[in-house]
Design a protein around this ligand. Structure first.
Ligand SMILES: *[C@@H]1O[C@H](CO)[C@@H](O)[C@H](O)[C@H]1NC(C)=O
Ligand SMILES: *[C@@H]1O[C@H](CO)[C@@H](O)[C@H](O)[C@H]1NC(C)=O
Ligand SMILES: *[C@@H]1O[C@H](CO)[C@@H](O)[C@H](O)[C@H]1NC(C)=O
Ligand SMILES: *[C@@H]1O[C@H](CO)[C@@H](O)[C@H](O)[C@H]1NC(C)=O
Length: 368
């Protein structure tokens, strides 16, 4: 049995070796910068402790950085939108319904600050774990009037709602379940926002029973492709190689959906992409049958379509093609669909396995 007497023999004798100066706010007898140790001091403490402190996984830190990056772009968007409405910029003028204008401004003013807090919350965690924060970029939003702006807000909110599914799944897989609750609370909050935008657009507030899945790489690519001014993000690589201050996510090559105003029916859609610097890859084959279009909608298995009517532009730089969008209003087509190009014949187990082999995308399609 373990007695106090034994404890005094084993334990107390070594205490004399550290008959230390008192531990006060301005005197640390440990001989390091505890409680703010340098990285090498932390390693020393971990060696002495026989194990490392449990911090979030690198994947989790990337997720938090993505959240901060994305929320910063939303803050910029809503700030600009509020200014456009407030200043009666052409396209943002309400003729008669002063109550509607006031209601929309009141709602957007709350959203703007709510997005600021989402960004601050993520960046506080980023700072705690990396010492730095994610900084905003310059943005150029592809909207010129209030209807386009609200449609765009609804579209990127849908992408966020899909991507936060990925974020919480990765938290769970990586042993960071403690972060799930806070992010889940943001998923509901963004859903409330989207119901409002959809209502303004004369759509039913709730799009689908199970919203379309997305991934961090797709959302990161979409923001960089659609409205970041290239080269203006302090935390996005400009060389393709991820540096120590860069968010560790890929930006895929762009796939543009050419067909506009897509209606809820089965139809052929047109797409375009620019060939990469080195030109088409041999494995894509001369008729592009080495590539396929993957359509991700709701939580269902992806729909695979071939590229048809493939045309190379006369300057040999751009490909246009057609593909079927087999809308049927139940298991495929309503709400957000992500369109991406992957090598043909891949086996997919989940959306992350699609993102893993994506070459171009995501093209964003919104129906109903
Ligand atoms: C604000 O208005 C300007 C001028 O029309 C436009 O270029 C910009 O995209 C608008 N931004 C938003 C978020 O509506
Ligand atoms: C973001 O970039 C800035 C400027 O390079 C840097 O100071 C900061 O540490 C970076 N943030 C992260 C989380 O790496
Ligand atoms: C709807 O379309 C999808 C995609 O083509 C197909 O997988 C599914 O079976 C269709 N559902 C019904 C009810 O027809
Ligand atoms: C993605 O690819 C990497 C490397 O090939 C592999 O280790 C990983 O399991 C893949 N992830 C998924 C979700 O398929």
């Amino acid at each position: 049995m373990f007695s106090l007497a034994t404890a005094s023999i084993i334990g107390f004798s070594c205490l004399t070796a550290v008959s230390a100066a008192p531990f006060t706010y301005n005197n640390n007898p440990l001989g390091n910068n505890f409680p703010n140790p340098s990285p090498s001091q932390t390693t020393q403490i971990e060696l002495q402790a026989h194990a490392a402190a449990h911090g979030p996984s690198p994947t989790t830190i990337t997720s938090l950085e993505w959240v901060a990056f994305n929320e910063l772009s939303e803050v910029a968007f809503f700030t600009e939108l509020i200014a456009n409405i407030t200043n009666n910029v052409p396209g943002y003028i309400f003729d008669t319904e002063i109550d509607t204008r006031n209601y929309i401004l009141t709602a957007l003013t709350a959203v703007q600050a709510q997005e600021e807090l989402h960004a601050l919350n993520a960046n506080l965690a980023v700072k705690k774990n990396t010492g730095g924060v994610i900084l905003p970029c310059e943005y150029n939003f592809p909207v010129n009037n209030i209807e386009e702006a609200i449609e765009f807000a609804s579209l990127f909110t849908d992408v966020v709602l899909g991507t936060l599914q990925d974020v919480v799944t990765l938290f769970g897989e990586d042993g960071d379940a403690g972060l799930i609750r806070g992010v889940a609370s943001v998923i509901g909050q963004e859903g409330e926002q989207n119901g409002f935008y959809r209502n303004l657009l004369n759509k039913i507030p709730s799009a689908l029973p199970f919203l379309t899945a997305s991934t961090r790489a797709y959302a990161f690519s979409a923001v960089n492709q659609l409205f970041v001014v290239p080269g203006t993000c302090p935390n996005v690589t400009t060389t393709g190689t991820v540096g120590p201050f860069d968010i560790d996510l890929p930006v895929f090559d762009t796939l543009t959906v050419v067909t506009q105003n897509i209606q809820p029916k089965s139809q052929t859609l047109s797409f375009t992409f620019d060939l990469p610097a080195g030109g088409a890859k041999p494995e894509w084959k001369s008729d592009y049958s080495g590539l396929e279009l993957v359509l991700i909608n709701q939580q269902n298995a992806p729909v695979i379509e071939s590229l048809t009517n493939v045309q190379l532009s006369s300057n040999l730089k751009t490909i246009t093609f057609d593909a079927l969008f087999p809308f049927n209003g139940t298991t495929f087509g309503n709400g957000l669909t992500l369109a991406v190009i992957t090598p043909a014949g891949e086996t997919f187990t989940d959306i992350d396995s699609i993102a893993n082999v994506t070459i171009f995308g995501p093209g964003l399609i919104e129906v109903n």
